[in-house]
Design a protein around this ligand. Structure first.
Ligand code: NAD
Length: 490
């Protein structure tokens, strides 16, 4: 397969070559499931980014000349390769991220959908044509932007980069990917797979590093657009800094997703779905359920939620927490629960770790119940397998709490009433709405993206509207008929 498992020092990819950064700074990459150090990751310098941008710029000028139909052939080939290697690729995701194998595999297969979508660009990225006056025709052409930057978080190291890579590269751009320094292995695998699928050298580069490279990407005049996915405070900063440097930036941020449960919800389906929404990927996903707004008497459902959470086997059903810092952050909320006036009715710190590998950072599911809307656990993105429950008298009260929170990534309702579901969908202030589905994830061909503090900038970085984000249009007005004396106003 590849050398990511044996490399002691992880390289960048520049011009199709594996290049070891000469930086004096580096970070260990650890396996969250065991705490073992997998490799050392140099933190590349701004000068190394600059060199990569120059190489990418030269390659992109040639790539832009390749017809769209020929460019996307890469994604057909890559889809076949990813499908053939799906278990291996899932193992890499698990190795660097700590997800369970099933979760990693799901994320790899979801990335396949993104490749399929990229392959469909010739069908959906056609231009427009209209005779605007007698004998005068306008048509739009699509042109690439140039060298683009993609900056990604730790939680989906294979899938999230592939939300954007097929769109940007398919539309004729070159991509410089800066993956999370906590999970850099999958990025190198993506590079290997793109090369094996026939992508010319220089169109896809990986420049590893931390905030220094992110800042340098925002400032670099040779990078024309940035797609960012990560936490809200960094998304806002990348949006502001990149925009100030004249770039097109779409930055997806963090979340505080609310699930509303009303008494007519199907208890079994609701409880199973809530539990998987809270604990999937150990709660480390932007779509994870975080707050449950229980409207009226829902105790029969909440009891089932607790029971199902207690039955989870940590290490088998619930994967690892990414880092010691993340573990400390999550457990801090559990420690401080009572001081905010709420009750810790299920404490994930007490879950059995008998099935979990030793040396890793693991937590069972937790429930913080009877919280007030201003409790810190009701407001902050905890990003762990923790559910905060707020009791509400009415659906409107629940909606008011949801809509007052600054985020707006996802929200869901559990009900057996179509009218209630539609009322919720109409009133809720979130970009992705679920009905009896706690993780209404982005699925091609639907565009997605959060609202409010969950996303900054215009356009979209995946889905059909991403075509406009990753390209620019040119309008060509043509008149061939010399006999037509009319000017453009007539
Ligand atoms: P993060 O914001 O810490 O890191 C994301 C990227 O930004 C990384 O590549 C990192 O190197 C870089 N970065 C970190 N701090 C920086 C700084 N101060 N200046 C410049 N760059 C910096 O996010 P994370 O912890 O890796 O991922 C978890 C977060 O991502 C959560 O908030 C989650 O909700 C969010 N997320 C959002 C979506 C979405 O679609 N909205 C999807 C996945 C994850």
């Amino acid at each position: 397969m590849s050398d990511v498992l044996t490399a002691r020092i992880l390289p960048n990819i520049v011009g199709g070559q594996r290049v070891i950064s000469k930086s004096f700074r580096s970070m260990p990459v650890t396996n969250p499931s065991t705490g073992e150090v997998i490799a050392e990751l140099p933190m590349s310098t701004a000068a190394e980014l600059d060199a990569a941008v120059k190489v990418a710029g030269v390659a992109q000028a040639e790539w832009a000349e390749v017809p769209l139909k020929d460019r996307v052939q890469v994604f057909y080939k890559m889809k076949a390769l990813v499908e053939a290697e799906k278990d291996y690729l899932a193992e890499i995701v698990t190795l660097e991220n700590g997800k369970t194998h099933a979760e990693s595999l799901g994320s790899v297969l979801r990335a396949v959908e993104c490749l399929e979508f990229g392959a469909s660009l010739p069908q959906i990225a056609t231009g427009e044509i209209l005779e605007v006056s007698k004998g005068v025709e306008c048509r739009t052409m699509r042109a690439p932007l140039g060298v683009t930057g993609i900056i990604t978080p730790f939680n989906f190291p294979f899938m999230v980069p592939l939300w954007m890579i097929p769109m940007s590269i398919g539309l004729g751009n070159a991509v410089i990917l800066k993956p999370s320094e906590q999970t850099p292995l999958s990025a190198l695998e993506i590079g290997r797979l793109l090369e094996a699928s026939g992508l010319p050298a220089g169109i896809f580069s990986v420049v590893n590093g931390d905030r220094e490279i992110v800042d340098a990407m925002c400032d670099h005049p040779g990078i024309s657009a940035i797609g960012f996915v990560g936490s809200t405070h960094v998304a806002r900063k990348v949006y502001e800094r990149g925009s100030a440097a004249g770039k097109r930036v779409r930055a997806l941020g963090g979340a505080k997703n609310h699930l509303v449960v009303v008494p007519d919800a199907d208890p079994e389906m609701t409880a199973a779905n809530v539990v998987s929404s809270v604990t999937g990927c150990a709660g480390q996903r932007c779509m994870a359920a975080s707050v449950l707004l229980a409207v009226g008497d829902c105790d029969h459902i909440l009891d089932l939620v607790k029971l199902k959470m207690e039955e989870l086997v940590v290490g088998k059903d619930v994967g690892a927490i990414i880092s010691e810092a993340a573990y400390e952050r999550i457990t801090g909320y559990l420690e401080r629960t009572a001081s905010g006036g709420a009750m810790l009715t299920l404490d994930g710190r007490k879950a059995s770790l008998a099935e979990a590998p030793s040396g890793g950072r693991y937590l069972g599911a937790s429930i913080i119940d009877h919280a007030t809307p201003d409790h810190e656990a009701s407001c902050d993105e905890i990003f762990g397998p923790t559910l905060t429950i707020i009791r509400c008298a009415t659906l409107d009260e629940a909606l008011a709490i949801e809509n007052a929170n600054p985020y707006g990534n996802a929200a869901a309702i559990y009900t057996s009433s179509g009218g209630t579901a539609q009322y919720f969908a109409d009133k809720v202030s979130a970009g992705m709405v679920g009905v009896n589905i706690g993780v209404p994830v982005p699925r091609e061909p639907f565009a997605f993206g959060g609202w409010n503090d969950s996303a900054f900038g215009g356009g979209d970085i995946t889905g059909p509207t991403a075509i406009d984000f990753w390209s620019r249009t040119k309008k060509v007005t043509t008149k061939w008929s010399a006999s037509n004396k009319a000017n453009w106003m007539s």
